[in-house]
Design a protein around this ligand. Structure first.
Ligand code: GRF
Length: 200
């Protein structure tokens, strides 16, 4: 399974996926694309001799122009699976539809709660006593695709958004590689807008 990872920042989820592919049994990270030239995840990729590309938005560039360039960069790697791991751009429906069922994202909340940004602070402000992360297939609607796997964490009364982010991040590193592996093994698929694990 040829895995392509899209990032914008630290790439700790990228790292967890690279580590889980160490034996190359189910898949290999064949490339990393970033929209930020200084993303630390690019260094992680270089450390593992993984090819990288940067697709940087031009001044005044339309979203569909950017996505057309991104698509060219993606297709160069001929990926079986595209993994959004902290890629901080909203994708056009055209781009998403080109890879339906082949693109996953991780979102730091228990979706459908808190799509979008600032999820940790929003969970604290709402007085939630649990929070977490969700891995989902990507559909045109933001953070709304079928959920493959979620991990929950407790929210403590004294938590700051930082504390909570850290707790959630740790869980992300456990669940994202797991989902990637299931998809590579063809145990998990998206069909008719739903997730199926092992034919269930
Ligand atoms: C994660 O919190 C993920 O849920 C969100 O962006 C962050 C990426 O972190 N989509 P990292 O770059 O993998 O460390």
């Amino acid at each position: 399974c040829r895995i392509l990872v899209l990032i914008s920042g630290s790439g700790s989820n990228l790292q967890a996926i690279i580590d889980s592919c160490d034996d190359h049994l189910h898949g290999e990270v064949v490339g990393v694309i970033s929209n930020k030239p200084d993303a630390y995840g690019l260094i992680r990729a270089h450390n593992h001799e993984i090819d990288t590309s940067c697709v940087i938005a031009r001044k005044g560039e339309e979203r569909n122009e950017y996505d057309a360039r991104l698509k060219v960069a993606i297709d160069r790697y001929q990926p079986d699976l595209i993994v959004l791991a902290g890629f901080m751009r909203i994708l056009t429906p055209e781009l998403v539809n080109a890879y339906l069922g082949k693109m996953v994202n991780i979102h730091p909340s228990l979706l459908p709660k808190y799509p979008g940004l600032d999820t940790h602070q929003r969970a604290i402000d709402a007085g939630d006593n649990e929070h977490g992360a969700s891995v989902h297939f990507v559909i045109p609607e933001l953070d709304a695709g079928p959920i493959a796997l979620q991990a929950k964490v407790p929210v403590y009364r004294e938590d700051t958004a930082e504390d909570l982010a850290q707790r959630v991040h740790q869980q992300e590193h456990a669940i994202y590689p797991m989902v990637v592996k299931w998809i590579c093994q063809k145990r998990l698929i998206m069909k008719n807008g739903q997730c199926y694990l092992d034919g269930e």
